[in-house]
Design a protein around this ligand. Structure first.
Ligand code: SAH
Ligand code: SF4
Ligand code: F3S
Length: 436
């Protein structure tokens, strides 16, 4: 049996696509390996969101050339956002690639790998992501390596935020059929899946006929899957209706990822985000007031063109006011083809780094404070298995998605166990199981 090694960069969409790769290949007599030396096929699912990501791909392929000396028959396939943006030119720019595929044709990988054995020339199997069609959602009945199963409900993005390449790498936004999504959730539920994450670049703008995202959430909740999450939400499209549905249904997890990007209205305008700090704050306050124990995470970019110290201070102020539970923080990286690429990248590298370090420190304090909310409280933990450090300790997650470590045994795997939280850290909680 031929073995493949799969390396995934990027966001939830890439993770979800990698699940499709895994499923397609394992169902066609390929086996996944976690050791590079064993691989007959090396598959790289790339991300192009920041400049460093592109350089990483080039580095990876360079390293693989060493491997190839020992194993000349090794085939290298590259897919994802970098290939979709660079197109077939990538094969000329970076030597050693055998197959270039896109972001929407991964389910055909077994067929493409088959084709590879007959040729030495790089095979280009890109699709045009700008072609808008409500193409069928590939059936997902396995393949995921995470405790939560990512289920795509849409693809593409139409928002054209000034800094972002995604609308170019993934094309126009398309919502998958509501009935198909529910069918998938039912299949996964019958397979015993307990935790599902509905994914899209902007799930709140989901629309299939007269079913909007709140409608989809209602029917998804009715399938009875114990935990349903979703990422990513765009603040412009986060309605009270969606928040109310999450508040009403116990199996819709109280976790929201609502990328703020900046706390300055001037910068938000330049970023083409279509909301201001007032609107964002109102949404965040509504979430906090409506859903006890809500977990609110965000993305922040520092050093966007034109960001002054004052703009930056407004971001920090808003972070503190909202008390984010978690932030993904980035230095602005100018990407060719985007609107921001035409703006002067006027915040120096050193200043971007300084601002980044300040918000990381701010967020660490906030995360600890937020986690302290759970001290001495009993939380329901879905047990995933032994902790990485000790076999006598189990690891699981709260409905907010927080990692909890506690003494227990392996027979608890897959069960919901009540745990009293006794210690909190930035990224994890520790506790004691409330059962013998
Ligand atoms: N669809 C999601 C996010 C997609 S990209 C959304 O709209 O929220 C994930 C994050 O990467 C973004 O939220 C943004 O914070 C960051 N990002 C995107 N482009 C970037 C760039 N050019 N430079 C720095 N960070 C960027
Ligand atoms: Fe990028 Fe904006 Fe679309 Fe998110 S909403 S993927 S940041 S263009
Ligand atoms: Fe990266 Fe593509 Fe996701 S550029 S962030 S993998 S949509």
């Amino acid at each position: 049996m031929k073995k493949f090694y799969l390396l995934t960069y990027g966001c939830q969409m890439n993770e979800s696509d990698s699940d499709i790769i895994r499923q397609a290949l394992t169902q066609n007599n390929y086996q996944e390996t976690y050791f590079r030396e064993e691989a007959d096929y090396f598959i790289l699912n790339t991300c192009s969101i920041r400049e460093r990501a592109v350089r990483r791909v080039v580095g990876q392929i360079h390293d693989l050339q060493q491997h190839r000396r020992q194993k000349p028959e090794l085939k290298i396939a590259v897919g994802g956002c970098v290939t979709q943006l660079e197109g077939k030119d990538l094969a000329e720019k970076v030597s050693g690639i055998d197959l270039i595929c896109g972001t929407s044709n991964f389910h055909r990988l077994p067929e493409f790998l088959e084709e590879l054995s007959g040729t030495n020339k790089p095979l280009i199997r890109l699709e045009d992501p700008t072609i808008s069609k409500q193409n069928d959602l590939p059936v997902k009945n396995g393949g995921h390596r995470h405790s939560t199963c990512f289920l795509p409900i849409m693809r593409g993005c139409d928002n054209f935020c000034a800094y972002c390449v995604v609308p170019y790498s993934r094309g126009r936004e398309i919502s998958y059929q509501h009935a198909k999504i529910i069918e998938q959730i039912n299949i996964l539920r019958d397979l015993g899946q307990q935790d599902i994450t509905l994914v899209g670049q902007n799930v709140n703008s989901y629309q299939d006929g007269d079913v909007n995202f709140a409608g989809l959430l209602r029917t998804a909740a009715a399938t009875g899957i114990p935990r349903i999450r979703f990422i990513t939400s765009h603040p412009r499209d986060m309605s009270r209706e969606i928040i109310d549905v999450v508040a009403e249904r116990p199996n819709l997890c109280p976790r929201f990822h609502l990328p703020l990007q900046s706390g300055s209205d001037k910068i938000l305008g330049r970023m083409n985000r279509h909301y201001d700090r007032k609107k964002y704050l109102a949404t965040a306050r509504y979430i906090r007031a409506t859903i006890p124990g809500s977990f609110l995470s965000t993305d922040i970019i520092v050093g966007f063109p034109g960001e002054t110290e004052e703009d930056f201070q407004q971001t920090i102020e808003l972070m503190k006011e909202i008390r984010f539970d978690l932030s993904y923080m980035f230095k602005f990286s100018s990407r060719p083809g985007t609107k921001a690429h035409k703006m002067t990248d006027d915040v120096s590298a050193a200043e971007k780094q300084r601002r980044l370090e300040i918000i990381i420190a701010t967020q660490n304090e906030l995360s600890k404070l937020q986690n302290d909310r759970f001290l001495e409280k009993a939380v329901e933990v879905l047990v995933e298995g032994p902790s990485k450090k000790r076999a006598t300790e189990m690891m699981g997650r709260t409905e907010q998605g927080l990692t909890v470590i506690f003494k227990g045994d392996n027979s608890w795997r897959g069960k919901m166990i009540p745990v009293r939280i006794t210690e909190t850290y930035i990224g994890t909680l520790k506790g004691e199981a409330l059962i013998a």
